[in-house]
Ligand binder design. Structure first.
Ligand SMILES: [Fe+2]
Length: 319
């Protein structure tokens, strides 16, 4: 049993100080999927995002070429962004992020096989849920829950064939190897996804708020069809999303009760969870180590300075 991977402790899902450390260690140093280029079809339209309390504006600058720039909404400073050859737009939210190729060194071969520019943008929705951002990512990164939580989804994408391939800073989920072009699910560390299934495509972002137990979910939907055919797809994928939402709120209740502290992960079916949790653990510990040696000079974070001690990092914050 000793060799089995353990989960992050429950306290990491409930602590404001831990979230502020995650913000500096994970979120400020990451790249984010803003969407396929079809999200930015209107020249001059500002598409606004908020990730880890940083407001970001993306805008298509000209119609002649796919020229999309991303700015810090509060300062107007341009952030590093990248458009892949098959039409996915990524951005940073801080100067602390590495280059795109350093962050995703082996993403290009996979996404070069899929044309993400075919499906027009149709709709976005967002709402808050009572769960930590990692509670939702935990659920996304495994499909053990699919059969009983998503009965309608499991009919079309049986968990029998479900496989997760982990790469540096992203995971590829394949629902059925025989259905190429459908049932492709991509997770981009730390909080973005792209989901091609049910005849359409959706992208969602799991956006942490300053409260560790509250997360804002943002969904963008893409589909060739409008009208009833799009609504039929929308209803199907919304059903799956709401089933996950309810599961996450219940899981978070248990995490906050203080009874559960940590568990073990299935070495075959939960490799996606183990992979991303290890990234969080490594980055947070490295950040804590560097800040312990050299405290950060945080201008904007005022009340949120990292005051965690080494023991607080590993002990449940609520106990
Ligand atoms: Fe799910």
């Amino acid at each position: 049993m000793a060799s089995l991977t353990r989960t992050l402790p429950a306290s990491w899902y409930c602590s404001s100080l831990l979230y502020q450390l995650e913000r500096r260690a994970v979120f400020m140093k990451a790249w984010y999927l803003l969407g396929p280029v079809t999200r930015f079809n209107v020249v001059g339209e500002r598409v606004v995002y908020e990730i880890a309390q940083i407001s970001v504006t993306a805008c298509r600058m000209s119609g002649a070429s796919i020229d999309i720039k991303v700015f810090d909404e509060s300062t107007g400073v341009e952030f590093k962004s990248h458009i892949t050859g098959t039409g996915l737009v990524f951005s940073t939210i801080s100067e602390d992020a590495p280059s795109f190729d350093d962050f995703f060194p082996d993403l290009q071969p996979l996404i070069n096989t899929v044309d993400f520019t075919k499906l027009p943008y149709r709709r976005s929705i967002k709402y808050e849920g009572k769960f930590n951002w990692k509670t939702m990512v935990d659920g996304y990164q495994e499909c053990l829950h699919c059969q009983y939580t998503h009965p309608s989804f499991s009919v079309f994408y049986p968990p029998t064939f479900y496989t997760v391939y982990n790469h540096k800073n992203f995971s590829q989920h394949v629902a059925d190897p025989k259905k190429s072009g459908d049932g492709l699910f991509l997770y981009f560390f730390p909080n973005c996804t792209l989901n091609v299934y049910g005849g359409g495509m959706s992208s969602f972002r799991v956006c942490p708020t300053e409260k560790p137990g509250i997360t804002r979910m943002e969904f963008d939907y893409y589909h060739l069809e409008t009208g009833d055919k799009f609504e039929e797809y929308f209803k199907f994928v919304r059903q799956v999303a709401m089933e996950d939402y309810e599961l996450c709120e219940k899981a978070q209740e248990n995490l906050e009760k203080g009874i559960y502290t940590e568990g073990i992960l299935n070495p075959v079916k939960e490799t996606g969870v183990a992979f991303y949790q290890q990234r969080v653990l490594d980055l947070v510990c490295a950040q804590h180590e560097s800040e312990t040696q050299s405290p950060p000079n945080i201008v904007h974070d005022g009340d949120h300075r990292n005051t965690m001690t080494a023991s607080q990092l590993v002990e449940p914050a609520s106990s």
